[in-house]
Design a binder for this molecule. Structure first.
Ligand code: NAP
Ligand code: GCO
Length: 264
């Protein structure tokens, strides 16, 4: 019998106050996991705790910046004391800055790489000792279409997410011997606050050009929703994927497979 259950497991989902992270945390909880999550502000934490409570999830929340190595270490140690060692880490926290590269300050580029690539390394490094001791663990890195493709104004994000794909493969290579699996999830274009600027209706009420562009580029002919990520994350967090390692599971409605709608 295939085992998708997460009963008895402890999951840490970073940046799960809302958006894709919140949906994945909900899915892991519904599969039986105990949930810990973090974000950076008290305001988002307060809203998140209300939201988790409203769906019956007793999540443990931490105000912690994933780029703060000491803070992440302390968070992981507190989770181990209160819930148990982290069995499942979902590196979800991330930002994007949409700026033409020739206009982008190096500090802005560094901030994106710091959060989208260095922070997943920091969080993985914090949970690996416990997973190595247990000889079991799941690390899931939230990659992106931009782990594979580029586009205007997202150079730092694409560089970070491309690096995150290779970090995923390297963790898989280095720690597979401890029965630790590290895989990526690559969401397509998902309707969350992060992509809201790409979907806002125009002043005349027409659809945002990027909105129409993405729908035309997606065989499913729609934006994804955070809920589309729920099944894939449970699969990668469960024993059902114990022989899947170093893989990026794209959840993109088929964009990566599709050249785009042909002229009529
Ligand atoms: P979002 O709505 O902007 O949410 C990002 C989350 O990350 C928020 O909870 C934010 O909370 C947290 N966060 C940001 N920086 C942080 C830091 N340094 N430390 C801790 N928490 C931090 O983004 P999303 O659309 O849900 O995306 C989530 C992940 O999926 C990101 O890695 C993103 O790159 C990736 N992704 C998104 C899409 C998409 O189309 N939406 C597609 C592919 C991949 P605070 O600001 O309160 O800290
Ligand atoms: C953008 C979008 C994308 C999505 C996602 C696609 O500006 O192109 O924000 O980067 O967030 O990463 O998979």
């Amino acid at each position: 019998m295939v085992n998708f259950s997460l009963e008895g497991k402890v999951a840490l989902v970073t940046g799960a106050a809302y958006g894709i992270g919140f949906a994945m945390a909900q899915a892991l909880a519904e599969a039986g996991a105990k949930i810990a999550f973090n974000c950076r502000t008290q305001a988002n934490m307060d809203k998140a705790m209300e939201a988790y409570k409203a769906i019956g999830i007793d999540a443990r929340g931490y105000i912690c910046d994933c780029t703060d190595e000491a803070g992440v270490k302390a968070m992981v140690e507190d989770i181990a004391r209160t819930l148990g060692p982290v069995d499942i880490l979902v590196n979800n926290a991330g930002i994007i800055k949409r700026i033409p590269m020739h206009e982008m300050a190096a500090e802005e580029f560094r901030q994106v790489v710091d959060i989208d690539l260095i922070a997943p390394y920091i969080c993985a490094k914090a949970v690996l000792p416990g997973m190595m001791e247990k000889k079991a663990g799941k690390i899931i890195n939230v990659c992106s279409m931009m782990s594979e493709l580029g586009r205007e104004t997202v150079s730092a994000y694409a560089a970070a997410k491309g690096g995150l794909k290779m970090l995923t493969r390297n963790i898989a290579s280095e720690y597979g011997q401890y029965n630790i699996q590290c895989n990526g999830i690559g969401p397509g274009y998902i309707a969350t606050p992060q992509t809201a600027p790409l979907r806002e209706p125009q002043a005349d009420g027409s659809r945002h050009p990027f909105d129409s562009f993405i729908v035309a580029k997606t065989p499913a002919e729609r934006w994804g929703t955070p809920e589309d990520l729920m099944g894939p994350v449970v699969f990668l967090a469960s024993n059902a994927s114990d022989f899947v390692n170093g893989h990026v599971l794209y959840v993109d409605g088929g964009i990566l497979a599709y050249i785009g709608k042909q002229p009529k």
